[in-house]
Design a protein around this ligand. Structure first.
Ligand code: NAD
Length: 542
């Protein structure tokens, strides 16, 4: 690879990046932003608007976005169709320039604005915003250009007298990008990747991250994206949009990231509509997880506890890769839990504008209530005991304290269901019961997204890696399960966690092309006979 990862800025006191970010945070809080739909390059208003709240202070409104309805979905599909021919005929080089320019703008003059929007709109600390909306999105934009070139360069061999080639065409129709709230980078990547491969897109961002989506559209337009290539139609009520999109004959594929439940609804809807489509749609979905850390008695305690804290509580546990269940052997249980509980008690939680906070609020009331529901369940259930945290308060912002729960078995509710919040559940296993515990780790939850093991003994590392082969699509040895880097750890999992098309690698781009194989013969045959058909006296005598 020639492309390198964008360096993570540190935002130390007095640094230029800290000053620029502070200024943007101030500017965004002192205005109310009007966020229209983007259809065919036009800013479109709708009758209904929806307010964007600040998660750490829900009385604060950052602006309002216009909500799309079924008519807007039709208009967006039409605009995508109108832009398709010219866009798909544009060379890969020209399409690439747009996204490389967007990456440079984001690395430079747009960095502070999109980071500030992600911090305020999606409740991220400085560090979490920087690794997401700046570095990861910049990486996606730059690395995808290199991956696309590698795909285009992949050509068949030719034999004498003919030339074979693969033409990497776009899909016939439009792609629907449906994105989650938790990563600005995922939202930008899911709509940009199919377009880089020559497709046009209808994009519905999450209603919980429209502020950063609004600025991503501005960024792409500033970089030269032609009208109609990406059409953004947010709404707090997604069904009327997805109903129109998924029943349209030109629907050619879906690029989804979000919950398993929603993906299964969409897949079913696609199956029900199959006979309406011009082709078989590409279905890409990266979905939920119940990610684990499995510790062996040879694990280093400090490394393990740091991974448990960072892996479970950064971004309030709202990462699909967040550690949510951990298996700790009896021989190190006391040392691990003592240190963990002590360190959790030092975690600072508060507004994103106070840069000394390690955690801030969860995204909204719906998430807050779900997470609080799990904590209340743990309090009442005989199978669970809360050993750290366990409180929550939404008076001003949606704050949930980092919570550690001990489960009596690896199959309890909190050990198996995705919570998507700052709740880590531990299970203590007897050291000589490791075989059964590994089996439970593999089979107790329906997901197969991320896992980490902690051990020093190499034989154990090999053994655990083998026995957990299908338990996770991204597997970490002596590291936390979060923080996959584009180009370094291609991302995705199987089972109920998705189609495992590996964002951040060339595999995810392959889904968005429809190759045509072309064979050209230089001196074509002029006689249909083959030499084997020539007259032979000896054959006749047989
Ligand atoms: P979500 O499923 O609630 O929403 C995702 C998108 O689907 C949003 O745009 C939403 O508006 C839309 N949507 C919701 N219900 C719909 C319906 N009935 N019909 C059509 N569209 C609908 O997910 P979320 O809360 O935004 O994100 C969190 C989830 O995403 C978690 O489950 C997390 O594990 C998962 N996630 C997975 C990955 C991964 O790479 N595997 C990455 C990030 C998030």
């Amino acid at each position: 690879m020639i492309t390198v990862n964008e360096p993570i800025l540190e935002y130390r006191p007095g640094s230029a990046e800290r000053k620029a970010l502070r200024a943007e945070l101030k500017a965004l809080q002192s205005q109310s932003i009007d966020m229209p739909l983007r259809i065919g390059g036009k800013k479109v208003s709708s009758k209904r608007t929806y307010k964007c709240h600040v998660p750490h202070d829900h009385a604060k409104i950052l602006g309002e976005f216009h909500c799309a309805d079924a008519e807007h979905a039709h208009a967006a599909i039409e605009a995508a169709g109108a832009a398709h021919e010219e866009w798909s005929n544009m060379s890969l080089e020209d399409r690439s320039q747009i996204f490389l320019k967007a990456a440079d703008l984001l690395a430079g003059p747009w960095r502070a604005k999109i980071n500030a929007a992600t911090m305020l709109g999606q409740g991220k600390t400085v560090h979490q915003a920087e690794i997401d909306s700046a570095c990861e999105l910049i990486d996606f934009l730059r690395f995808n250009v290199e991956f696309a070139r590698q795909i285009y360069d992949n050509q068949p061999i030719s034999s004498p007298g003919c030339l074979n080639r693969s033409q990497y065409r776009s899909l016939e129709g439009f792609v629907f990008s449906l994105t989650p709230f938790n990563f600005t980078a995922i939202a930008g990547n899911l709509c940009a990747t199919p377009t880089l491969m020559g497709n046009t897109v209808v994009w519905k961002p999450s209603e919980r991250s429209v502020l950063s989506a609004h600025f991503i559209m501005d960024l792409f337009e500033e970089a030269g994206l032609p009208p109609g290539v990406i059409n953004m139609i947010p709404s707090d009520i997604p069904e009327p949009i997805s109903n129109v999109v998924l029943s349209h004959p030109d629907f050619a594929g879906i690029n989804f990231t979000g919950s398993t439940r929603v993906f299964q609804i969409l897949w079913q809807q696609i199956s029900d509509n199959l006979s309406n489509y011009k082709g078989y749609p590409k279905i890409v979905g990266e979905t939920g997880g119940k990610d684990f850390i499995f510790a062996h008695s040879s694990a280093n305690i400090d490394e393990l506890v740091t991974a448990l804290i960072r892996g479970s509580f950064e971004y309030q546990g709202q990462k699909c890769s967040a550690a949510s269940r951990a298996f700790i052997p009896s021989s190190i249980w006391e040392r691990v839990t003592e240190k963990l509980v002590q360190q959790v008690s030092t975690i600072k939680i508060g507004p994103v504008t106070d840069f000394s906070n390690f955690m801030t609020a969860v995204i909204d009331k719906r998430s807050f209530d779900t997470i609080a529901g799990y904590i209340d369940y743990a309090k009442k259930s005989d199978d669970h005991e809360i050993i750290a945290g366990g409180s929550y308060d939404d008076t001003k912002g949606y704050f949930v304290q980092p919570t550690v729960v001990v489960a009596s078995s690896p199959t309890t509710k909190l050990m198996t269901e995705e919570i998507f919040g700052p709740v880590l559940t531990l299970h203590r296993y007897e050291d000589d019961d490791i075989d059964a515990t590994l089996k439970a780790c593999d089979s107790a939850s329906p997901y197969g997204l991320i896992g980490a093991i902690f051990a020093k003994d190499r034989r154990v590392i090999c053994d655990l890696s083998d026995r957990l082969t299908h338990t996770a699509g991204n597997f970490y040895i002596n590291d936390k399960p979060t923080g996959a880097v584009v180009g370094q750890q291609p991302f995705g999992g199987g089972r109920a966690s998705g189609t495992n098309d590996k964002a951040g690698s060339l595999w995810s781009l392959i889904r968005w092309t429809n190759p045509r194989t072309i064979k050209e013969t230089f001196v074509p045959a002029t006689d249909y006979h083959y030499p084997s058909m020539e007259h032979d006296e000896t054959d006749l005598k047989l």
